[in-house]
Design a protein around this ligand. Structure first.
Ligand SMILES: N[C@@H](CCC(=O)N[C@@H](CS)C(=O)NCC(=O)O)C(=O)O
Length: 219
């Protein structure tokens, strides 16, 4: 049985979305980021990333973490790949080549997409187009995304999905990293195949359910 640690408003989104797609039973422990507990001493508040009980699970003090039949993993994209491979049926790899492709897209998402996309999210949240400095920061981060987005656009101009002509964990990992850049729609509008693919991913009932639960959590 899988135990997944981490609230919906975190990178736990990736395995939580996949678990919703698969529909398998799991235990969800909604550990929250310590820095979000504004008025309490983090160690004493609800289970959070600074709680001794959680540090015993993940000494790095970050979410998500996952336990599955004695295996502990503490990286969201690796967790999603593991769940897909062991429990995911068609959401996981059909063979070794698909496994390699899913790993490739996860590493692409982590190294080429997530850092600049996260910069965009933070700049949008702290002012966006209203402040000259955040507007300039968004432009710089968007520029860093253009080469990886060109590569994704090229792939999606010939395929509906990233691996195996079906929706898989590779789409979840990549779409969730790219979601951080959606606060700057002008960039994604330059990549019509990427935009259509992201819309297809986010139209899925399991994403919609995940999103409703995320929105129900305190911001
Ligand atoms: N590379 C890690 C990053 C994990 C991470 O940064 N998690 C954030 C929440 S999305 C966190 O736990 N922040 C609390 C902290 O760093 O204190 C992953 O993808 O799992």
């Amino acid at each position: 049985m899988i135990t997944l640690y981490g609230v919906y408003r975190s990178r736990a989104s990736r395995p939580l979305w996949l678990l919703g797609e698969i529909g398998c039973d799991f235990t969800h422990v909604p550990v929250i980021q310590a820095y979000r507990l504004k008025d309490a001493k983090a160690e004493d508040a609800v289970l959070n990333t600074a709680s001794p009980d959680y540090l015993a699970v993940n000494p790095q003090g970050q979410i998500p973490a996952m336990e599955d039949d004695g295996l502990l993993l503490t990286e969201s994209l690796a967790i999603t790949l593991h769940i897909a491979r062991r429990h995911g049926g068609g959401f996981g790899p059909a063979d070794g080549s698909e496994q390699s492709l899913m790993e490739q897209w996860a590493l692409y998402a982590a190294t080429s997409l997530e850092p600049p996309a996260l910069e965009i999210l933070l700049a949008v949240e702290s002012g966006g187009d209203t402040l000259p400095e955040t507007r300039a920061a968004i432009r710089v981060s968007a520029e860093k995304l253009r080469r990886p987005l060109n590569r994704l656009e090229r792939h999606l101009s010939g395929h509906d999905w990233l691996v195996g002509n079906r929706f898989t964990a590779a789409d979840i990992n990549t779409a969730e990293c790219l979601r951080y850049a959606q606060g700057y729609p002008a960039l994604l509008a330059e990549y019509p195949h990427v935009s259509d693919w992201l819309a297809r991913c986010q139209a899925r009932p399991a994403f919609q359910t995940f999103w409703a639960r995320r929105e129900a959590e305190p911001a």
